[in-house]
Design a protein around this ligand. Structure first.
Ligand code: ADP
Ligand code: MG
Length: 360
């Protein structure tokens, strides 16, 4: 296989269920040895996309390529693509060892017992399960079950592993640790991981590249910092959950929103006029203080301490909630009184503007 060739490629893949278009003419690919995150809200088509790559489902239109070959009509078990299911899908009556070795036991593969022992042993080491080989799934924790599910896939030495919300069932602490380990495992092998998630934090933390899926369409692909700093549409900004988004009207180089009228330079194409400012770039001022430009009156509602930052929640007169994310490394925040009115503002140069009449 050509090293520079994508490991997999979807070409105009469409999947419909009755009137619903779950995947809408998707073009999507990944290079070898990449950690790819696919971020999308629930129902956006993430699982459907993975099932089509794996071969559990056929596209209504389009083609699927794997290592340069058209595999659109190849059955799942002949594809050699790994799949880690959200609910782990372990065999309850088999030991950890036998769960991991299961792929060798179906008779179609001619691998001798010592080779199976060796490969299961390596997979067990890699995912940190040494010593637990003889236990049954009910005798191990959720995090360990996740490792068995991963080892069972890695033992087959696939070039592509699909992970369907693999950390969704784990608690926050464990999730952070597994994130690091998944990335480390990926780096040790000649394998591409395609990790789907509904969590923007997870997608940005894990991926070398992040793609955003919305209603069956890929609406942006880029490096995590690119997606984070420069979402291509107001929908991407919305999923990232780090922007205050305002509706308004864009006219003659000026955006009229609930914060007044602000001159804008760059406008990105969008289906409606929207203005976005990051939570950590939004600031609150006492009434009467000079603000940098936009002025949005809002009542202070509540704060939430997150360790490295504090979130302050405000509410505008039309009951829209606006968030401020104050990084504590920038010093102590001002104190706000619940129910009291402040003026929210920001440097207008740091806002993103999306509109029907784009400037580019
Ligand atoms: P996600 O994994 O992003 O939550 P899915 O890929 O599971 O979303 O589903 C995408 C859309 O396709 C959803 O609206 C879902 O209801 C629909 N869908 C998925 N599988 C089927 C099916 N077998 N029959 C009918 N509709 C389905
Ligand atoms: Mg799903």
């Amino acid at each position: 296989m050509n090293q520079s060739e994508p490991v997999f490629r979807l070409e105009n893949v469409t999947r419909r269920y009755g009137d619903l278009t779950a995947l809408d003419s998707i073009n999507f690919e990944a290079p070898r040895n990449e950690y790819l995150s696919l971020l999308g809200p629930s129902g956006s088509g993430k699982t459907c996309l993975l099932r089509i790559i794996a071969g559990f489902e056929k596209p209504d239109e389009g083609k699927v390529y794997f290592q340069g070959k058209d595999i659109t009509s190849l059955p799942a078990h002949e594809r050699g693509i790994g799949f880690v299911f959200q609910n782990f899908a372990l065999f309850p009556h088999l030991s950890v060892f036998e769960n991991i070795a299961f792929g060798f036991r179906n008779g179609t593969m001619n691998v001798d017992a010592s080779e199976i022992d060796k490969r299961v042993g390596e997979a067990v080491e890699m995912v940190g399960l040494a010593g637990l080989e003889d236990r049954n799934p009910e005798q191990i924790s959720g995090g360990q079950k996740q490792r068995v599910a991963l080892a069972r896939t890695l033992v087959m030495q696939p070039k592509l592993v699909l992970l369907d919300e693999p950390l969704g069932a784990l608690d926050a602490n464990l999730r952070g640790r597994m994130q690091t380990e998944l990335r480390m495992i990926r780096e040790q092998l000649d394998v591409t991981f395609l990790h789907v998630t509904g969590s923007e934090t997870e997608a940005l933390a894990m991926g070398d590249t992040v793609s955003v899926l919305d209603s069956g369409k890929i609406i942006q692909t880029g490096a995590p910092d690119e997606i984070y700093n420069d979402p291509s549409s107001s929908d991407v900004a919305l999923f990232l959950n780090r922007f205050n988004l305002f509706e308004g009207k864009l006219e003659k180089g000026s955006f009229a929103g609930p914060f007044g009228e602000v001159a804008v330079k760059k406008v990105q194409p969008n289906d409606r006029d929207m203005y976005a400012i990051r939570y950590d770039r939004t600031k609150a001022y006492k009434k009467g203080q000079t603000v940098p430009g936009p002025a949005l009156p809002a009542k202070f509602l509540a704060s939430e301490y997150l360790g490295s930052s504090i979130i302050f929640l405000f509410e505008t007169v039309d009951r829209k909630q606006v968030e401020i994310d104050h990084h504590l490394s920038f010093g102590d925040p001002d104190e706000y009184k619940v129910g009291e009115e402040y003026v929210l503002s920001w440097d207008p140069a740091q806002a993103l503007v999306f509109g029907k009449e784009a400037t580019q």
